[in-house]
Design a protein around this ligand. Structure first.
Ligand SMILES: Cc1ncc(COP(=O)(O)O)c(C=O)c1O
Length: 376
């Protein structure tokens, strides 16, 4: 018999959609950029492997990479140093290490609904209870602060936030960030801020939680900005005492992050700016296309995504997300049912725009057909 914690979690429903899909399907389900990493990073990776940089390194990451990350955050907290930074084997690993370092069995952790699929299971693996807090669609998916207050108990340990958001594409306003910080301070909570899509924004910068006190942990990843999801490299920032605690867990999960990919990322951060800007230009054009096409579909409403590469439309007819996604799959289009992201994702679908403009047009034309058929 396996441990209880295994029974307490499930594999995310997202992948289930892919299994029945024909190879020629139009894939609007992807959670990763459909681009290659910057060429400089690819070259640096090959060189690192060929020149013998294939060994263990420091558990918190290569000092040069920690320094490069710290430098990027100094505009938000002037004394950010490499001691604040831990390089992880992805944002996912960072989130797991943070959960194990911060949550005790019996704790409660506020997690966004709808929200990214790892926060709840990670809390459970740590023995804590995830408590979903509602995001309000009519408020551009900002949290309802009154509801948040009502969910706090003496056991509440932390609040997880995610802006820009997967799955909604929403970006928290500076004011909303301020209010969440005040809320967390009032109740002595940790803030775990997942900023994986921080640099993928369309209508102005996203406000980071970094620099908002000693109880903030920022999780980030190179997966999306450098289009290198398969390389598995991310990072986190925390005040040094907290960073030391998290690093203990990180060490016992991983020993150290992979050396060659860290070297490649250093090159990517130094010289990958043009590749990132061109990816962002394309994502913005696709975001605009998606907004235009979805706007033409009757029975569907949506909040314009301001970041990440997802749109999260709501359908106003009877039926589940799974039924709509299955109807789309029958027409060769992969999407993700919204309830994979929490109960408030019901009656929604997530479309990723990590797909060509032609595929987006075709996929959304199929959605229009499905909408017309299902509304009858
Ligand atoms: C919101 C969010 N956080 C974290 C991650 C983890 O990314 P990775 O494990 O590739 O760093 C993802 C990936 O989809 C994500 O969407």
């Amino acid at each position: 018999m396996v441990a209880q914690r295994v029974l307490a979690i499930e594999i995310s429903g997202i992948r289930k959609m892919f299994e029945g899909a024909p190879p020629s399907a139009i894939n609007l389900g992807l959670g990763e950029p459909d681009f290659d990493p910057p060429q400089v990073a690819v070259e640096a990776l090959c060189t690192a492997v060929r020149t013998g940089q294939n060994h263990y390194g420091p558990s918190a990451g290569l000092p040069e990479l920690r320094e490069a990350v710290a430098e990027r955050y100094r505009d938000r907290l002037a004394d950010t140093s490499r001691e604040h930074v831990i390089i992880t084997a992805s944002g996912s690993e960072a989130l797991m290490a943070v959960a194990l370092a911060l949550y005790d069995p019996g704790d409660e952790v506020l997690v966004p609904d709808p929200g990214f699929v790892l926060y709840g299971p990670h809390a459970r693996i740590a023995g804590a209870t995830p408590v979903p807090y509602p995001l309000v669609e009519s408020a551009e998916w900002a949290p309802d602060l009154d509801r948040l207050e009502s969910l706090v108990t003496p056991k509440t340990r932390a609040i997880v936030v995610n802006s820009p958001s997967n799955p909604t594409g929403a970006v928290l306003s500076a004011r909303a960030v301020e209010r969440i910080v005040e809320f967390a301070d009032r109740h002595d909570l940790y803030i775990v801020s997942d900023e994986a899509y921080e640099q993928i924004v369309y209508d102005g910068p996203a406000t980071s939680f970094w620099g908002r006190g000693d109880r903030v942990v920022v999780v980030n990843t190179f997966s999306k900005t450098l289009a290198m999801t398969g390389w598995r490299l991310g990072f986190l920032l925390a005040a040094p005492p907290l960073a030391i605690a998290i690093n203990k867990i990180h060490y016992h999960i991983l020993a150290c992050p992979p050396t060659p990919t860290q070297i490649a990322v250093i090159a990517g951060l130094e010289k990958g700016g043009p590749a990132l800007r061109s990816m962002l230009r394309e994502f913005r054009a696709r975001r605009d296309l998606v907004v235009r096409e979805l706007g033409r579909i009757r029975g569907v409403s949506f909040v314009v995504p301001r970041g990440a590469f997802y749109v999260f439309p709501k359908f106003h007819w009877k039926g589940t997300g799974l039924e709509v996604a299955t109807a789309l799959l029958g027409r060769g289009v992969i999407s993700t049912p919204g309830d994979a992201f929490g109960s408030l994702g019901a009656s929604h679908l997530r479309f990723s725009f990590a797909a060509s403009r032609a595929h987006l047009r075709q996929g959304l034309a199929c959605f229009k057909d499905v909408a017309e058929a299902m509304r009858r």
